[in-house]
Structure formats: structure tokens, C-alpha cells
Design a protein around this ligand. Structure first.
Ligand code: EPZ
Length: 417
């Protein structure tokens, strides 16, 4: 198994390019099931979750060809199953995103129930009640969810709480429903806006993506399209945090400041200098880091996907800060590993108190999920000596060439077997 070796401490300096957003590309790839024409997507990150989704699409009858950062998708027209099997879903929960498009296009979908994962229980009940509101019959049997519908019917549906995947599944399904669908209390993440832009390019009638209420006028069919995926606010945010953490000077070219506003506000509050252009973000920092608390919330709140990385930053702040995780119930698994490196963090349920600054020292640490892995790599950048981050297959799910980007910024990091 591969691991990352980081020799610290380092001061990061330089410019790196943004990568395409995994969490935008995944639903967009699933949406390719809504038509039978060729689709060209650009800025698709070469990360493991994307390879898994492409494998699932092949299984469902859509071939793909990679050309640099672009992926061409071609429906084969061959008879293929309407099913996302356990073997694929267990490696990537986002496989449930094929549920809405398959049901809408083929009238039937069978998807393995994803079950819980390291960061929480993560049910899909809201995806299912939403599809039922559009007229689908839903059955749960043998660990699979099976949905059927002759023709989906537009409806008004209010999510009891915002859900990113639920909003995406319903949005895709409603594009081929008969009549108008109104979705209320939707998630407003930039990835949903990007999915909607792609669907509109395919011919869908959508208004309000990025707002609380989305209205969709159903169409008889959608067609092929070309689309460039937005840049990844979570990857970009991770490198910006690393820049401040190491008292460095880091620029991410192609980053989208508006998508990162909650993080940039925090970095400003803790004393970093933040400069934004239309398509780049630069952070610089010297001296003390002020302690500032965060509460994770759905967009436009502080993203749960940057919580672990921000906590590493707070281990170096001058004083006490608090981190409250409100989106997932089990997203502090990085804490024991940070503590092993010398951090002083106390957890009470989904609330953590971080006492800084701590002198971190390198050791072997175990990654438990994607963002926890990233926070441990960041800790290694400021720790004295060698840090080995094990189980980096988590990292490879969502970070494109992380070690090479960090090397470009001057870090001493390498992948070892
Ligand atoms: C998406 O997950 C992201 N994944 C996650 O990225 C991200 O952390 C999360 O949104 C929140 O921003 C992708 O986009 C592929 P949710 P998703 O449905 O859609 C509860 C990463 O590291 N809920 O918005 O699964 C749920 O349990 C990751 O890249 C229900 O109760 O998140 C959670 O507490 C991990 N019932 C909350 O809602 C449902 O039917 C938000 O989940 C659906 C969700």
C-alpha cells in the first residue's frame, strides 16, 4: 500500500493550477444517462471517484474516452442493466446519483443502498421521498433500492433539510418529468449550479439553481452538449489553508473566489492577507495566527469538506478555537491522529475545542476518509521531522496530483510504497 512521506517543516510558496471539481463532475457524468447523444466534458479531474463513475457508466451502456482533461461520453445503445451494483456503490456513495437519471430515462433503476460510511450514517431517504413525489414506486429489498415509473410527473416537493445529492437526483429526474416541478429548500452548493448549467446545455428548462427554490419545466428529451466543469473549491481551499498554515505565499490560478467566500473570510479574520482576482486567489501570512471558530453548514456556510483542514490550521493559532460540525455526525476521526502528532484538541460530540499553538512532530498517521487525509498531510507540512500518511487511497479519491502540486509549492513530499 502506498503512503505519503512529508518532511517538515516547510514554507509553501508559488502558484498552482486549480483542478476540476470532483463533486460537480460526478453528478454531471450521471446526467449523461439522460440522453443518447455524445457529450464532451472538459476540466474533469483525474481522480479515483471519477474513474469509478466512468466504470459505472460503462456498465450502464455509456462508453468514454479520455483526451487530456476532457472526457467524451458516447451512449452505445446496447442493451444494458439499469442497475448500480453493490461492488461499485460500496467503493463510492456518489453512485446513487444514477438513480434519478436512470429512472427518468428508462422507467426503472435498481441501486445498491450505500449504507453508512466513515463520516456518518448518510441515509438517502430524502432522495427516495422526492422521487416518490414525482410518481415513482420505491421498494427496498435485498440491500437494493428499486424504483419504477411509467412517466414521472412534475410536482412540488420540499426537502425537510437541504441535501446536495438529493437535490441533484431530483433535479436530473425532473428534467424528463411531465409538466413543472418545484423543489423547495434545495441545497445551494456551486456544484448544483454547475450541474444545472450542464442540464440547460442539454436542453433542460431550469430556473433558480443556487437558490432555495428550483423550478424545472420537464422536456420530452435532452440532447448532447459540451461543458467545462467548475474548479474544485475544496481542493483549492485545502492549498490556501496550507499556504497560511506554513506562513507561506500561495496562489491558486483558476480558483473561484465566490465559491470560497466563507473560507476566505475566516482566513482574513485570522490575519492572513487574501487577494482575489476574477480567476485566482492568493494568500500570504507571516507571524501569529489568530484563533477563530467555525461552524460547518450547507452552502453558503463554512463547508464541512474543509473542516478537518481548518482544524489543522487552528492547532497553530495563538489561543483557543472551536470547531462545530453540524452536517455529519462522525467527522472528527482525524482528531486522534492530530493529537498523536502533538495537537491539543478536546472533543465533545460534534464540537471540538482546539488549544494552540502546538509544536507538531512527525510520525505515522492513518487516513480515515478523504478530507481527514488532507488534514494530516497539512499537519505534516508544519510538523518537525518525517510524517507518513498511510491509506492514501482515500486522498486519491478526490485530490488530483496532490504531491506534485505540493512539490511545486516547495514542499518535501513523496509517495512511497
Ligand atoms: C455531498 O454529499 C458531497 N459529496 C460531500 O462531499 C459533502 O460533504 C456533502 O455533500 C455536504 O456538502 C458529493 O457531492 C459527491 P448531503 P451528500 O446529502 O450529497 C443528511 C467529500 O469529501 N441526509 O448534502 O451525500 C446526511 O446524512 C464529500 O467530497 C439525510 O438525512 O451530502 C447529512 O447529514 C464527503 N437524508 C446531510 O443530510 C438524505 O436522504 C447532508 O448530506 C440525504 C442526506
Amino acid at each position: 500500500m502506498q503512503k505519503l512521506l512529508i518532511r517538515g517543516p516547510t514554507r509553501l510558496r508559488g502558484t498552482i493550477p486549480a483542478s476540476g471539481a470532483k463533486n460537480a463532475a460526478l453528478p454531471i457524468l450521471a446526467a449523461c444517462l439522460l440522453c443518447d447523444e455524445e457529450i464532451e466534458l472538459r476540466n474533469v479531474p483525474a481522480v479515483r471517484d471519477i474513474r469509478t463513475m466512468l466504470q459505472l457508466l460503462e456498465h450502464l451502456g455509456v462508453e468514454n474516452e479520455r483526451l487530456g482533461d476532457a472526457v467524451i461520453l458516447r451512449p452505445t445503445g446496447r442493451v444494458s442493466p439499469d442497475e448500480a451494483p453493490y461492488e461499485l456503490v460500496k467503493t463510492m456513495r456518489a453512485s446513487v446519483l444514477v438513480l434519478g437519471p436512470l429512472l427518468a430515462r428508462r422507467g426503472h433503476a435498481r441501486v445498491s443502498l450505500p449504507g453508512g460510511c466513515a463520516i456518518g450514517v448518510r441515509p438517502i431517504d430524502l432522495h427516495l421521498t422526492g422521487l416518490e413525489a414525482l410518481g415513482a414506486a420505491v421498494e427496498l429489498e435485498h440491500g437494493y433500492v428499486e424504483t419504477r415509473a411509467g412517466q414521472l410527473e412534475g410536482a412540488r416537493f420540499r426537502f425537510p433539510q437541504p441535501t446536495v445529492g438529493g437535490t441533484e437526483n431530483l433535479l436530473m429526474a425532473a428534467c424528463l418529468a411531465r409538466g413543472t416541478t418545484v423543489l423547495e429548500n434545495c441545497a445551494r452548493e456551486p456544484e448544483i449550479v454547475d450541474l444545472a448549467r450542464f442540464l440547460v446545455a442539454m436542453g433542460a428548462g431550469i430556473e433558480g439553481a443556487g437558490e432555495d427554490t428550483i423550478t424545472i419545466e420537464g422536456r420530452d428529451r435532452l440532447g448532447g452538449a459540451r461543458h467545462s466543469v467548475i474548479s474544485d473549491r475544496i481542493q483549492d481551499g485545502t492549498y490556501l489553508i496550507a499556504g497560511v498554515l506554513t506562513r507561506g505565499d500561495v496562489t491558486v490560478e483558476g480558483a473561484r473566489p465566490a465559491d470560497l467566500a466563507p473560507l476566505l473570510e475566516k482566513l482574513d479574520e485570522i490575519g492572513a492577507r487574501v487577494d482575489v482576482g476574477e480567476e485566482h486567489i492568493r494568500v500570504r501570512h507571516e507571524g501569529a495566527i489568530k484563533p477563530r471558530g467555525v461552524v460547518t453548514e450547507p452552502f453558503p456556510g463554512f463547508p464541512t469538506d474543509l473542516q478537518a483542514q481548518y482544524m489543522t490550521l487552528m492547532t497553530q493559532a495563538d489561543g483557543v478555537s472551536t470547531v462545530s460540525e453540524t452536517v455529519f455526525e462522525n467527522r472528527f476521526q482525524h482528531v486522534p491522529e492530530l493529537v498523536r502528532m502533538g495537537a491539543d484538541i478536546h472533543i465533545d460530540g460534534t464540537y471540538a475545542r482546539v488549544h494552540g499553538p502546538s509544536a507538531l512532530s512527525g510520525t505515522s498517521v492513518m487516513a480515515t476518509d478523504l478530507r481527514a487525509s488532507a488534514c494530516l498531510v497539512l499537519a505534516g507540512l508544519v510538523a518537525e521531522g518525517e510524517t507518513f500518511v498511510h491509506r492514501i487511497y482515500h486522498l486519491d479519491r478526490g485530490y488530483e496530483q496532490m504531491e506534485s502540486k505540493l512539490q511545486q509549492l516547495g514542499a518535501r513530499v513523496e509517495r512511497v510504497d
